[in-house]
Design a protein around this ligand. Structure first.
Ligand code: ADP
Length: 698
């Protein structure tokens, strides 16, 4: 049976072997045992029930709370050639009836339903008529009231199981399960201790970064700019902060959308869809965003604020890199952030006992921000008592990416200013005194007479504030918990003021791109986008980023070589892979042509311009660099295009204008340029017209 499972894995999914835990779990299910699989996000839980669904005669019923994802999940399965469907509240009664009829006829391998369906007696009666071999409870922590995502209708699952007359095997899957939750799941679903498989919680492809005491907005702006091509989520604690970060990024011209409970369902749906379809690169959101996010190519998750628990943090951060590709989880920390989660706990309706538990959990989260040990080790130890002896080498504490700069003098000046202002003022006032500001408030208080007045006048107010924040983060200064927090010195400040200890500012090394640039990968990604639009599917349903990366790296030129790529099985090859193969072949041909040109003709001028464009230079940069007129560079690019080199027309002309030019070509022909130019709006240039003509001919 396992051999068959392995064959199906290759045939349908295009993967050559099972991952850690998958084989054991599938083997146990096929042996007829109720099974609980606890695997990290991205660990590959779905395959653990999808493969058995193909081996077993009857239907696999998947119960999942992720309604917004069901369509994508079913599209993905259908794209693989697997017969699957879903039933949830988004369908009409007629559609539900039709799908149920087909289910009873055994036309599907998998049927996905939302737990709320189980409240309908009629639905349960219909299910009884179907031949259900396997029940898979996805996100099974929702069954436990200890879990953070408790869903009351999950409690109806045990009843469903006992109502089904046949002996279906019951399986449950989750990523985050503490001991209490694990016990709840196994008790309620009748899963024996020996049938619980825990494959660990580690996500080796995720890099954990803690950025402490830095200006958050500056960091985010720099980070998203460097990683412009990649998708990311930025979590903020409140709607207000989501709004602020979104407009800040919008102003800077980034492709960004926001998501929080204050928006209408419609608005949220649109933003989520745009993000899933890669049309929006960045989502700024409260923790309302997430349960429904299965997008596999989220490359980074930034937390703008402190989450309340490590469970929340690991779950939210874990939305990065589900496809197993290197991805980053960044927590931006400032000690003042501790106030908000404390406030949330204080204001909640929890019993004193539960409040106490929440405080303990928050304390762990805070400890994470202050630990100097391996961040991954800290998380794994929390969830699993797992110790990482040597550290992970993939977190900001293990690879010390900081350079130390001695700021003892500035620190002494700041600490002394806090002292001289009687430890009664906030960050801004202290910064203004150090700057030597002439603000009314400063003069009125007589602070211009202080010896610290103007000591840091060479710095900007923002730089001084950043330094103060750094000293807060490092524990030299603390902020009071009052409505208008004021600065106080801590015991750590004394030795610095007395000249006995030095202070070092950690200058972070420059942010590096997560994904390295590769022109074939970009071509394949763009092609996938076009195909996805045509088929109305999220791009990653066609192929994951990891599959495209492997294609770009291996450059397969035959069907056999293409089938070696992870994620390309025979069915997907037929549907999509063969088109990607054509793109790769074309790219390889151009590469050879370029090499030949370079070796035989000393690299003609037009190809030098072309190559500079491919390296990311703009028209005017190329012209400047080469001492040529912009029009000459334009002619070079037109010639390259005519010779069959690929050119991204989006750089020079919008889709809309392209459509317009094409329609005019149909009317007046393309033999002569002038009549064409005259038939078009004035702002359309000869260069743009030529691009469309030659792109059409290619
Ligand atoms: P989870 O539900 O555990 O978060 P998924 O089932 O969505 O994870 O799987 C995560 C990714 O890993 C998907 O892209 C999936 O296709 C891929 N994957 C799963 N099993 C394997 C395997 N055996 N080999 C290679 N990739 C796999």
């Amino acid at each position: 049976m396992l051999e068959e499972a392995e064959q199906l894995l290759q045939e349908y999914f295009g993967y050559s072997s099972f991952r850690k835990g998958q084989q054991e779990i599938i083997g146990n299910i096929l042996a007829g045992n109720n099974t609980l699989g606890i695997m990290p996000t991205g660990g590959g839980k779905s395959i653990c029930f999808q493969i058995p669904s193909l081996c077993l005669a009857g239907i696999t019923l998947v119960i999942s709370p992720l309604i917004s994802l069901m369509k994508d999940q079913i599209d993905s399965l259908n794209a693989l050639g697997i017969a699957a469907t879903f039933i949830n509240s988004s369908l009409s009664n007629l559609e539900i009836k039709e799908r149920m009829a087909k289910t009873c006829e055994g036309q599907y391998d998998l049927l996905y339903i939302a737990p709320e369906r189980l409240q309908s007696k009629e639905f349960i009666a219909q299910l009884q008529a179907a031949d259900i071999s396997l029940i898979a409870v996805d996100e099974s922590h929702c069954i436990s009231s200890w879990g953070h995502d408790f869903r009351p209708s999950y409690r109806l699952i045990p009843k469903l199981i006992s109502n089904l007359s046949n002996q279906s095997v019951v399986t449950a899957f989750t990523a985050t399960a503490t001991k209490e939750v694990r016990m709840d799941i196994s008790d309620l679903l009748g899963i024996e201790e020996e049938n619980i498989y825990v494959t660990g919680f580690d996500r080796p492809n995720l890099k954990f970064n803690l950025i402490s005491g830095e200006n958050k907005k500056d960091f985010i702006a720099e980070y998203v700019d460097i990683n412009q091509d990649d998708a990311g989520i930025i979590y903020a604690a409140t709607r207000k902060e989501v709004d602020q970060v979104t407009s800040f990024l919008k102003q800077k011209g980034f492709s960004v959308g926001k998501y929080h409970a204050g928006l209408s369902n419609q608005e949220r749906r649109i933003v989520q869809e745009k993000f899933i379809f890669d049309e929006l690169k960045i989502i700024v959101a409260t923790n309302a965003f997430g349960m429904g996010i299965d997008k596999s190519n989220v490359r980074y998750v930034i937390h703008h604020n402190l989450p309340q628990t490590l469970e929340d943090y690991y779950q939210e951060a874990g939305r990065a890199g589900r496809d197993g590709e290197p991805s980053e989880c960044i927590l931006l920390f400032h000690p003042a952030d501790m106030r908000l989660p404390k406030f949330f706990i204080e204001e909640s309706n929890l019993t004193p006992q539960l409040k106490e538990r929440r405080y303990q959990k928050l304390q762990k989260m805070i400890d994470y921000c202050y630990t100097s040990k391996c961040l991954r080790g800290f998380i794994l130890n929390y969830f699993d008592n797992q110790q990482l002896i040597a550290g992970c080498d993939n977190c900001s504490n293990c690879n010390e990416e900081q350079e130390l700069v001695d700021i003892t003098t500035e620190a002494q000046q700041i600490l002394s200013c806090v002292y001289k202002t009687d430890q009664r003022f906030g960050i801004t006032t202290v910064a203004c005194v150090l700057k030597g500001s002439k603000r009314q408030k400063i003069l009125k208080l007589g602070f211009d007479q202080l010896s610290t007045y103007g000591l840091l006048r060479k710095h900007t107010i923002k730089e001084i504030k950043d330094l103060i924040n750094f000293l807060i983060a490092e524990g030299y200064i603390r902020l009071t918990n009052s409505k208008f927090p004021v600065t106080k010195l801590t015991a750590k400040a004394k030795p610095v003021l007395a000249g006995r200890e030095e202070v070092y500012y950690k200058v972070r090394k420059k942010i590096k791109r997560i994904t390295s640039q590769n022109s074939l990968f970009s071509i394949l990604r763009e092609f996938r986008m076009k195909l996805a639009k045509k088929e109305d599917l999220p791009p990653y349903v066609i192929f994951h980023d990891s599959t495209l990366k492997e294609m770009a790296h291996q450059k397969p030129l035959t069907k056999e070589a293409m089938l070696e790529i992870k994620g390309v099985g025979p069915i997907k090859f037929q549907r999509y892979g063969k088109h990607f193969l054509e793109k790769i072949k074309k790219f390889a041909l151009q590469e050879t042509a370029k090499q030949e040109v370079a070796t035989t003709t000393d690299n003609p001028s037009h190809l030098i311009s072309y190559n500079l464009l491919q390296e990311g230079k703009t028209l005017s940069e190329i012209a400047n660099l080469r001492g040529l007129a912009v029009t000459t560079v334009q002619n070079h690019l037109v010639r390259s295009l005519r010779e069959g080199f690929d050119l991204n027309l989006d750089l020079f002309i919008s889709q809309e204008k392209r459509g317009l030019i094409k329609s005019k070509i149909k009317e007046v022909g393309a033999e002569r340029l002038k009549p064409l130019k005259e038939a078009l709006p004035e702002e359309i240039s000869y260069f743009q017209i030529k691009l469309v003509i030659f792109a059409n001919n290619n």
